[in-house]
Design a protein. Sequence first.
Length: 307
Amino acid sequence: MQNIATQLEQINLRLSTLSHQVQHLADRQRERDELLDELKPILKEMMKGGTERLAEMEERGYFTFARESLRAFDRIVEAYSEDDVRALGDNIVRIMDTIRNLTQPEVLEILNDASDVVQESDRLEPTGVFGMMRASRDEDVRQGMAVMLGVLRQVGRGVKRLAEAEATERRPRPTRRVSAAPTARTAAPPAPARPRPAPPPAQPVTTTQIDGVTFDPNGFLADPDQWTPDLAVAIAASEGLTTLTERHWQAINWARGDFLTQGQSPNIRRITTGSGVPTKELYALFPRAPGMTVARVAGIPKPVGCI
């Protein structure tokens, strides 16, 4: 009997514990239900407000603008390389300074007034020499001419600095060309046996002759008939192009063929149009002055318009 009483006492104790646990679970469930009942109106208002806001953004074109922005960003990524982005980062401070100067209120006001004149250009009558002389009596016109002359002066100085820097960096040095050319010319086949015409009188008087090949002071062949593929490889090596790929030769051969046909060296725009090598790729193949570099390697004179 004593064992039965002990067992019943243990069972009652377990039932009591289970009852407390069940009660605790029920209280927790009730608290959750009460919390959900309180949150439901709030969530409904939030959903309603969010839906209305998204619908308003859709009507105003936010999502369309975002899609088009992503598409434009994809085009930028496809068009520019890592080096272009790095160059942009190196010059971002100078770009921001320029933008800051252009977006000053007084500058924007001047640009706005100038744009109004351009939009009304159809209503303006042509002005002759005497009309310009009469207009020069106006103080505003004289002030504008002074500003334009100052701008042209600064542009001219900048172009001059660029030309001097380009000439200093890219002008070939005969001593370096001597060291680079023999290694490539030793195995080169002899020049064509056909008689060479006399050099035209327009050729510069000061020339440099290296291994029987005459170059002008700018590093171009004095006689295009002296050109050979092996000589092109040597000239390319002196220009920093250690390897000429198929795309290199495509631009070089087209430029030389166009010169032999037209009688004058093509500029960079004509090379990119005729050879099938895009401008961006041409700059990657010939990083330093592509137009002049192609002309040097192709053994043709300096293109017209190249500084």
